[in-house]
Ligand binder design. Structure first.
Ligand code: 5CA
Ligand code: ZN
Length: 408
């Protein structure tokens, strides 16, 4: 699939500021901070949207999290290969298409296009590989065939299931006990009670054609892929095994990332990702913001209301990515105030040391992507009217652009 336009990212090294430090980030799997410092080349996979409704602030917060990770990696001097999927065929998309009388392909295309426009406006660095499920059917079929060879696949009627106990490390990503898994599984697309399964947690790999639903020919008969195997197949193909970070919102820890990792590990006999990184959930009106509940604050609506996308970005950056938080609406005027203060501060002919601000932003972001502390450092600089550095405005403008993605 076509990705979206790439924002300019200034090189702080080219400005004489050297490269930034190594990033430490919280890994869900180990439950501890982990250093992600590949030699030259970082590989990132982030789970993309299911395109049946417009991008909301929760999605934006999650993609912004991994945008920050890319920016600190780039500032470190690394090349980054970033892959993201689009779940462009799945139950909720088909259900929405039927309910609204729209062709499912058109619905997916329309919402994916709106997502691209939102990501561009927010200056999110695009993935090098932006890959739809529909264009990856062959990859998925190939991965299921590899799994079959290990004996981890069985039939329930004409559908294919993954035997989670084929993976001795099953549970590694979430660390949940079986009771917790069984509670969450049905809430997130799982079918623990389906008759004929070997174990309630076994997950669908291939769903045989259902009347009126899209299906593709395969060696298993006509059908369509399960959700978890789609991300396993796309990431393995475009990034290889043991890539650096598998990312998404915390709602994907289990079953999605657990199952994808298990399927990939059993098929390849290699680790899937080195670290699993999860953004907290953004809520609204007392509940997780979600397309299915309809309690949405849309990026496109904020844009249409005339808000500067840089203020939207700053509103998101004011929250640490790992905390769950609730949208109240007051965030936008606060962010607009901050944006105006920063814009006038960088125009000063002399200002306090720019290099100190760069060091403070780098220190904050490489410490588990602590954006609120980075914002506080720029706030303090903007409020300080002692003046001695004639280059400071230029330096801070470049750092805020390169590291925080905010164009002043
Ligand atoms: N297509 C799948 C992933 S393969 C999916 O979860 N799609 S989604 O459209 O529901 O979500 C897209 C991304 O936004 C996921 O990473 C998800 O974890 C994240 N997300 C969804 N809702 C929220 C929320 N309220 N707050 C923060 N992140 C969210
Ligand atoms: Zn995914």
């Amino acid at each position: 699939m076509r990705s979206w336009s790439r924002p300019e990212v200034p090189s702080l090294d080219d400005l004489g500021l050297g490269n930034g430090p190594v990033v430490t980030i919280h890994d869900t799997s180990s439950g501890a901070p982990t250093v992600v410092d590949p030699a030259e080349h970082a590989r990132l996979y982030v789970c993309g949207i299911t395109p049946y409704d417009a991008t909301h602030m929760g999605h934006a917060a999650t993609y912004l999290t991994f945008d920050l990770l890319q920016r600190v990696w780039r500032d470190r001097g690394l090349d980054v290969t970033y892959t993201q999927n689009i779940t462009d065929v799945d139950d909720p998309l088909l259900e929405r298409a039927t309910a609204t009388g729209v062709d499912w392909v058109e619905l997916a295309e329309r919402e994916t296009q709106l997502f691209r426009e939102d990501m561009t406006a927010l200056r999110i660095i695009p993935p090098a590989h932006y890959i739809g499920a529909v264009e990856s059917i062959d990859l998925v079929v190939g991965l299921i065939e590899r799994l079959q060879k290990t004996g981890a696949v069985y039939h329930v009627d004409d559908d294919l299931y993954f035997d989670v106990h084929a993976d001795p490390t099953f549970g590694l990503v979430s660390g949940y006990d079986e009771e917790t898994m069984l509670r969450i599984f049905p809430e997130r697309g799982g079918d623990p009670d389906r008759a004929g399964k070997k174990h309630p947690l076994d997950c669908l790999l291939w769903q045989a054609e259902r009347p009126g639903e899209p299906a593709w020919d395969s060696v298993f008969g006509r059908g369509r892929p399960g959700w978890h195997i789609e991300c396993a197949a796309i990431s393995l193909h475009h990034l290889g095994t043991a890539f650096d970070v598998q990312g998404g919102g915390s709602d994907l820890v289990f079953p999605h990332h657990e199952m994808s990792a298990s399927e990939a590990t059993v098929a390849t006999d290699e680790p899937f990702a080195r670290a699993y990184v999860h953004a907290g959930m953004v809520g609204y009106e007392g509940e997780k913001m979600s397309k299915s509940k309809g309690n949405l604050v849309l990026v496109s609506q904020l844009r249409a209301d005339g808000h500067d996308p840089m203020a939207v970005r700053l509103a998101l950056l004011a929250h640490h990515y790992r905390t769950d938080w609730e949208w109240f609406g007051t965030e936008i005027p606060q962010a607009e105030g901050r944006l105006a203060r920063w814009r006038s501060a960088v125009e000063r002919t002399v200002a306090p040391s720019g290099a100190d601000v760069v060091a403070a932003i780098r220190a904050a972001l490489t410490d588990d992507l602590d954006a609120p502390s980075a914002l506080a450092a720029v706030d303090a600089w903007a409020a300080d009217d002692s003046a001695h550095d004639p280059q400071a405005g230029r330096t801070v403008r470049a750092a805020v652009d390169a590291l925080l993605g905010v164009a002043l």
